[in-house]
Design a protein around this ligand. Sequence first.
Ligand code: SF4
Length: 319
Amino acid sequence: MPINPILEVKNLAVSFGGGAWPAVRGLDLDLAQGEVVGLVGESGSGKSITAYSLMGLLPYGARQDAGSILFMGQDLAQLEPKERRKLCGARMGLIFQEPLTALNPVYSIGEQVAEIFRIRAHKSRAVAKALAIELLGQVGLPNPAAAYASFPHRFSGGMRQRVVIAMALALGPELIIADEPTTALDPTIAAQIIRLIKNLASARGSAVLFITHNLRLLIGLATRILVMYHGLVVEELTDFTDLRHPYSQGLWRALPPEPGARQDRHLIPIPGQAPALAEKIPGCAFAPRCAEAQDICLTVSPSLKTLAPNRRVRCHLAC
Ligand code: SF4
């Protein structure tokens, strides 16, 4: 149990097709106040579906099959849909992957931010506008008063992402979920956005769940990382230099060199493809792609072994 827990997720299971395609399989996840936790994996590993289930925003065809989600000690399943919607957005903020689709093209940036203060915090128009301009300044938009009147199509991807961050942080949420917020951005802007999320979250004491496919982005940002594969957590770690699961090691080797570093290092992609959700694999789900697979890996599914506090690995070879 973390100190001052913001989020406690136990045995979360989510599937599509009425249980036919499991997307998240028995996830345990805790976040404490002020903590930044990274959730890493390839597309289809279950990380984004985890985020949407926490927010109560599962897409059509998906359902939560099992598990509990406690936010500040409150079981979200016990809330009426209206209450849950109120809580998500005010006390849990989601930063979307693609800022252009997260913003309404027919309303100005400022109107979209001010609306949150008017509708959710019941502020007057004048106060909502003043708060929106202040917030646009805090997320680093130059000339926030002019930005207030601009429309999304006039902004670059990085500027739009700053607006989306402003909207997620507007009501001072205790938990921020950032779902691949830098995917559409170049590395320099991505680094600025990550710094911004880190600084704003730390200034407000918010916990952050940062979802990404890029392990390197989490260096200096996350204090703890969960690596997901085929809907399962396969590794939990706090030290980047001690990756023990062959999948985590493969993700690291497959990263391109850092900007500015020597570019002559060969990338080593993980062979093969991640299995489809519906695929039933008798042993370790990573075995068909794992260079270290043993006979036992093909028949027995490894359990998630706890090696130390915040140190878990799901591999027969882990010790
Ligand atoms: Fe590889 Fe076996 Fe470990 Fe799975 S359990 S990651 S197949 S060594």
